[in-house]
Design a protein around this ligand. Sequence first.
Ligand code: ADP
Ligand code: MG
Length: 357
Amino acid sequence: MNETSLNISIREVTKKYDQFYALKDVSLEINSGEFMTLLGPSGSGKTTLLMVLAGFTNPDYGSVKFGDEEVILKPPHLRGIGMVFQNYALFPHMTVEQNVGYPQKLRGVSTAETKRSVEEALSTVKLEGLGHRGINELSGGQRQRVALARAIVFKPKILLMDEPLSALDKKLREEMQIELRQLHDTLNMTTVYVTHDQKEALTMSDRITVINDGELMQLGRPNEIYEHPNNHFIADFIGESSLLPVTVRNGKASLNGEEVTLAEGAERSGDFLLVVRPEKAFLADKKVKGSNYFVGKLIDSIFQGESQLLVVKLSSRDDGHEVRVRVPNESVTQKALPLVGENVTIGLKVADSYVVS
Ligand code: ADP
Ligand code: MG
């Protein structure tokens, strides 16, 4: 274990509100220095789990360890964590400096040391020179930086963040995602980051824990979760996908009676969903071995800047299901795209063909 971070061990954490389970038997290990994201839709239990880590919510059952120490009975202010809330939670009547120095004041740190650590924290979040400003004189992005500076001013070994970028506009949010990740790499504290934005999670995380209805659905590196979703919820929630009903019998998969060759997932018989990622599907001129093909009619074609999104209604294999195909812009200029109403053939490499339940 190094000095700047601690591992977190969460065991069998359950939280009930009356008969409703906000968290159901959640267990996970977060490595020292790791950037772990809790990802899930609204109401899935992300904030509840973060509040259990912070000590603001007591679970009905379970254990939370920071390093070797059980912290479940420790009050929040003794847990040594830095915390950034969704709504910033800054003190509006205090200056930037006073806000950032507040945790130091609470801890009884000397005036000189507080001044030094506040300057360092403000410089880390690129707010040098704004210490005397009032909170109301700052933009949303600057306020978020103040909240971050306040969370890291005492160099906590664990940093918890609850949707810290959700109030910012898209461009600033995307810039801040990269910046926060770089900051994490510099400071090296264990970070638990909550978001409902799958792209944000893919961009920032070492690993992602997907939560739905209070339950841990999948835990893995961003590429693992994207390329090997455990179930249709994850396949649908992370990235874009078209899900087509497939039946597997005796090692053979079929879509509406026509055979589909799968890279994985043909061992079990039953009804499954074929995951078609738009960027993996392609427009096919001719059929060659090693891919599955689907014939259909182009019903929509949408220019999205870096790519063109084609929506195809399948006819050959299936009636009514739609498949989305993303054609990169470079090839848009190279060859003519089909027109809406035309029949098209879509290919999907066998290597990219897998099913979920
Ligand atoms: P998320 O952060 O993923 O949006 P939360 O952890 O805030 O979700 O909430 C999970 C579920 O628990 C929600 O259905 C929410 O309504 C419920 N919940 C959270 N806090 C309370 C509470 N204090 N009393 C009752 N229900 C709550
Ligand atoms: Mg929340």
